[in-house]
Design a protein around this ligand. Structure first.
Ligand SMILES: *Cc1c(COP(=O)(O)O)cnc(C)c1O
Length: 436
């Protein structure tokens, strides 16, 4: 990470408090782009045909990786690699220290009270499944209620449906309005004596809505109900403070945060984690094993059976360093300017309908174009080098809410530019011409 990138604008310090901005430096997106090798490549290269520059607007599905992440993972494999938590030899201890330091980094990143609140998983999906399998199987009984929202990604629907089939729990769903804003009155009305958990996204991957997490938690806690937030989209777009929100569980996934695949995070409140039994058995999660009976380690290790994602952990640590050095507030501001640019221009294109207009939304822009199937739009845009997502975005109930089969979705990341926001709109206009 070049020093010039450090501490631009606000960024939370180790305690998660915001220090005042240093003298404001403009966000130097060209310098940021130079950190991402893949952004230098062309797409659709063929013999005799020059390729097109890549306009990567599929960040909500997965983000590209900066050199710092790639280098950290390569360095780990080349120089600092051994299994963790077991060896007394030099390399194992070095790798263990590096891996456990990442847990501390994640704790700071979320402003968790301690690294013991941080369970490392394979992705956000596994983190939610962990809560459903361990906490859910133990504490939920037939007729108990779990409250979700219509904004959820399938990762925060299906694990609860598995419990519904297994234990007979009841799932209730908070609706949203035409803008994609959750109906908080309806939410409060859904909470009853049988409600045991509220599991709601902190940010929609389809319509970009950022939900009022602190308010949602406050209302739930008044009734002694636990709250889980799916932060897969918010951890990448804005500062997150699990203590300020007062979350009981908070999950996110590494590969959308400019880190590698194969690693995710479950934050859990200490008192809750300590009451939860293991959900997978194996090495690393035990205190003592005998055929007469086995005892388990304290959280977070109790939930981390087997060899952990060591190299991926090192990569996630580097990704967090990278994002923190740019400053999440600075990233949010930059992405917001891209969203504004694309939105104002796209709104003016006849036949375009933007899906999701919640105030304060994250830099995710879903839309449909009259008379053109999103898949055709996506394929033609791709021919112009513009990579957007088309389909249901793993959120079929939300698409159904808007009466849609599919949308096109552009999602901006910290390396996207105004010129790329324009390229998106130009591509949509070209597609529209094509179908005239
Ligand atoms: C991507 C995403 C997930 C799932 O992430 P995985 O890495 O596939 O586990 C869950 N929720 C939301 C909101 C997402 O955007």
């Amino acid at each position: 990470m070049p020093d010039a990138h450090r501490n631009r604008g606000h960024s939370p310090n180790a305690q998660g408090q915001h220090r005042p901005a240093l003298p404001p430096e403009p966000y130097d997106v060209e310098r940021v782009r130079a950190d991402f090798p893949i952004l230098q490549r062309l797409v659709h290269e063929r013999p005799g045909r020059l390729g097109k520059p890549l306009v990567y607007l599929d960040n909500a599905a997965s983000a590209q990786k900066p050199r710092a992440v790639i280098d950290a993972m390569v360095r780990c494999m080349e120089l600092e690699y051994a299994n963790v938590h077991r060896g007394i030899h030099y390399l194992s201890q070095q790798t263990t220290d590096a891996y456990e330091a990442v847990r501390g980094k994640i704790a700071c990143f979320l402003n968790a009270p301690s690294r013991d609140n941080i369970v490392i998983t394979r992705n956000a999906t596994e983190a939610i499944n962990l809560v459903a399998a361990s906490w859910g199987r133990t504490f939920l009984e037939r007729g108990d209620e779990v409250v979700l929202s219509v904004l959820e990604h399938h990762a925060n629907i299906v694990p609860w449906q598995l419990l519904q089939a297994e234990k007979g729990i009841v799932i209730k769903v908070v609706p949203c309005d035409e803008r994609g804003v959750l109906d908080l009155d309806a939410y409060a009305d859904l909470l009853g004596p049988r409600t045991k958990l509220v599991a709601i996204t902190h940010g929609s991957n389809v319509v970009g809505t950022v939900t009022p997490a602190a308010e949602i938690a406050r209302i739930a806690h008044r009734h002694g109900i636990l709250v889980l937030f799916d932060g897969s989209q918010t951890a990448v777009h804005m500062p997150v403070d699990v203590q300020a929100i007062d979350a009981d569980f908070y999950v996110f996934t590494g590969h959308k945060l400019y880190g590698p695949t194969g690693i995710g995070v479950l934050y859990g409140r200490r008192s809750v984690l300590h009451r939860m039994p293991p959900y997978q058995g194996g090495g690393d999660m035990i205190a003592a094993v005998s055929f007469a009976g086995t005892t388990y380690r304290d959280p977070p290790y109790r939930f981390e059976a087997g060899t952990p994602p060591i190299i991926e952990g090192i990569g996630l640590g580097a990704a967090i360093d990278y994002v923190e050095a740019l400053g999440r507030d600075a990233i949010a501001l930059h992405e917001h300017s891209l969203l504004e640019r694309a939105t104002t221009r796209l709104e003016r294109v006849d036949g375009v309908r933007i899906v999701g207009t919640a105030p304060g939304k994250a830099a995710i822009l879903s839309f449909v174009l009259d008379g053109v199937h999103p898949h055709d739009l996506g394929m033609l845009a791709d021919q112009m080098g513009v990579a957007v997502r088309v389909g249901r975005h793993c959120a079929e109930p939300l698409l159904a809410r808007f009466g849609l089969e599919a949308t096109a979705r552009a999602s901006f990341g910290l390396y996207n530019t105004i010129a790329e926001a324009d390229a998106l709109v130009d591509a949509v206009m070209a597609v529209k011409e094509f179908f005239r």
